[in-house]
Design a protein around this ligand. Structure first.
Ligand SMILES: Nc1ncnc2c1ncn2[C@@H]1O[C@H](COP(=O)(O)OP(=O)(O)OP(=O)(O)O)[C@@H](O)[C@H]1O
Ligand SMILES: [Mg+2]
Length: 373
């Protein structure tokens, strides 16, 4: 899959933009605050309907305007389709091939498959466990419609269960049978979420060690899925979780919240058995995240039957020249990549078979160059 054309109207600092993209490598360059990140963000929003920067939708509209539009022509297995997203401050209109799609899930499932790497991704390693769970939830929701549905059901059950625990805490007399039924449903959904997340991590682990090595020349990079209800025994998750919940009911009532389950799960990253969060350098953390994102490419190919589009925001900053070139070498593959950078001179364009270069200034493209080998 690749994005052939992108058109913006009143998106962030772009009043109007029309751009024809290369099916292979695209480099967007320019000084700070000119609109490089905004351009990638628009592609992400076109695919996922929300910004990766977790901001208010209204911030996407150019200041002083009241609506914005993003349009794209996509080519997927030789078939072209047209995507359109329009934001009017409190309303979002989604269209595929001129037909309005009311269900967001359905739109996401049929629009762009995107893997994005951006500076704030460092929080996946450095930040709180919530950042890591968000990462898993976002990627898995893109990969599987089913995951998103189960996650929403899980969240609903978790909320009901927590409300019940709070009522117990206040000494209210409650229906124990009902609470047990809720707990059983909660365990069922927890198991499904655990299983899908674990499978995803296993698949990442099949690729990321090799990719991390190619970029950094360091061995033994891996990711671990960590739960607080298995006690190291992964054979019978459902039984383990139910036992944990039953055994710790009093503690849960005291806290008024569910203490065990995938909403408390974690992932950890290691190089040679050393936890990167605690021991890794800033550059190693960046490279670890990049290796993970690149490891998702074959997973997307397998699940979605098409190549994803790779968006790399500022991937080269903080990397020494050797690592920059290792990343570039790795990108010389067959998927569409859109990279932003402030330093075009540091990129060896000869490594790519086909590359389009766009210079951005103040929300406009001021120079375009195409290089074919
Ligand atoms: N809703 C908006 N309306 C108008 N301008 C906006 C809006 N949101 C952001 N901007 C402007 O967009 C510019 C930032 O663009 P962007 O983040 O894409 O920069 P960048 O080229 O990626 O810079 P850097 O190299 O620093 O990452 C800022 O000047 C900001 O004021
Ligand atoms: Mg930027």
């Amino acid at each position: 899959m690749y994005l052939e054309k992108l058109e913006l109207q009143n998106f962030r600092n772009y009043e109007r933009l029309k751009i024809n993209l290369n099916s292979h490598i695209n480099i967007i360059y320019g000084n700070n605050a000119q609109g490089k990140t905004n351009l990638l963000e628009s592609i992400y929003v076109l695919g996922i309907t929300k910004s990766h920067l977790l901001q208010l939708d209204n911030n996407l509209i150019k200041i002083g305007k009241n609506c914005c539009k993003i349009k794209g022509i996509v080519r997927k297995n030789k078939i072209q389709s047209k995507l359109e997203l329009e934001y009017l401050s409190d309303k979002k209109i989604l269209k595929i091939d001129n037909q309005e799609i009311k269900k967001v899930n359905e739109y996401i499932n049929n629009s762009l498959n995107i893997i994005i790497f951006y500076p704030e991704d460092l929080e996946i390693i450095k930040g709180s466990p919530n950042n890591r769970r968000n990462f898993l939830n976002l990627e898995l929701s893109q990969l599987s419609n089913n995951y998103l549905t189960i996650l929403m059901e899980f969240n609903k059950l978790l909320k009901i269960r927590n409300e019940y625990l709070k009522k117990f805490n206040k000494g209210q007399k409650l229906d124990i049978t009902y609470f047990k039924i809720i707990t059983n449903y909660f365990v069922d959904k927890s198991y499904l979420i655990y299983k899908m997340r674990k499978k995803f991590i296993d698949k990442l682990n099949e690729n990321c060690e090799k990719i991390f090595y190619e970029i950094t020349k360091l061995n033994n990079f891996n990711i671990k899925y960590v739960t607080n209800y298995t006690d190291g025994n992964f054979d019978d998750i459902k039984k383990n979780l139910l036992e944990k919940l039953e055994r710790n009911l009093n503690k849960e009532i005291k806290f008024g919240s569910t203490l065990y389950g995938p909403h408390r799960d974690e992932i950890e990253f290691f190089i040679n058995d050393k936890n990167i969060k605690l021991f890794g350098s800033q550059g190693q953390k960046r490279m670890a995240i990049l290796a993970i994102k690149l490891s998702e490419i074959p997973i997307f190919k397998q699940f979605k039957n098409t190549n994803p589009i790779l968006l790399l925001d500022d991937v080269f900053s903080e990397l020494d020249d050797i690592k920059k070139n290792n990343v570039i070498k790795y990108l010389a593959d067959d998927i569409q990549v859109i990279i932003t950078t402030t330093e075009i001179k540091k990129i060896n364009k000869k490594k790519f078979s086909s590359v389009s270069i766009f210079k951005i200034k103040n929300g406009e493209i001021i120079r375009t160059e195409e290089v074919e080998k």
